[in-house]
Design a protein around this ligand. Structure first.
Ligand SMILES: [Zn+2]
Length: 172
């Protein structure tokens, strides 16, 4: 899916709000619903880190599938073709999420030379079946403003399913 900030209506459909989940239930609503300011924050970080990949998490209440708290992370690999969270950062993050009864609703990273689609490595390393894996590509505009690619996927047992992204509000 391609998102043009000034022409969102063409790209998104409205659906009902996600239902709350029971523990252990796999989310099958088939849509990522996310606020425009969170989309803008992911894109801004991706542009600022270009040509290296950027990464982070958007946390939300456990079981809600509602991304709320933007947590940019360092790409410990500092690489244009790979990302990894620093292991101590990751440990601290999960401790903090546990304390807040939050989960990583969105796990995002950018591709800087290829499309916004999970690589074989991304698929192999995806360990959160309930997370929405968001990819942003800066391959066309680099650090500049302009149209951007942002797509969302579920990755379960090595199987990638794309889901539509519904943005609440206008991306600036
Ligand atoms: Zn990747």
């Amino acid at each position: 899916m391609r998102i043009y900030p000034l022409d969102q209506d063409r790209n998104f459909k409205t659906t009902g709000p996600p239902r709350p989940l029971k523990t252990g239930q796999i989310y099958d609503q088939g849509v990522l619903r996310i606020r425009a300011d969170l989309v803008a924050a992911m894109v801004a970080q991706a542009r600022s880190d270009h040509p290296d990949e950027s990464c982070g998490v958007i946390a939300g209440p456990s079981g809600s599938h509602r991304p709320e708290r933007f947590i940019p992370m360092l790409n410990a690999a500092r690489s244009p073709t790979f990302y990894e969270f620093d292991s101590e950062d990751l440990l601290a993050l999960y401790r903090q999420l546990d304390n807040n009864d939050e989960v990583p609703v969105v796990i995002y990273h950018s591709h800087t030379a290829t499309e916004a689609y999970p690589s074989q490595t991304d698929i192999a390393l995806a360990g959160e079946p309930e997370a929405h894996y968001v990819l942003i590509s800066t391959r066309e505009t680099g650090t500049e403003d302009g149209p951007f690619e942002l797509r969302s996927f579920r990755i379960v047992d090595g199987v990638v399913s794309e889901e539509p992204v519904q943005i609440d509000g206008a991306v600036e």
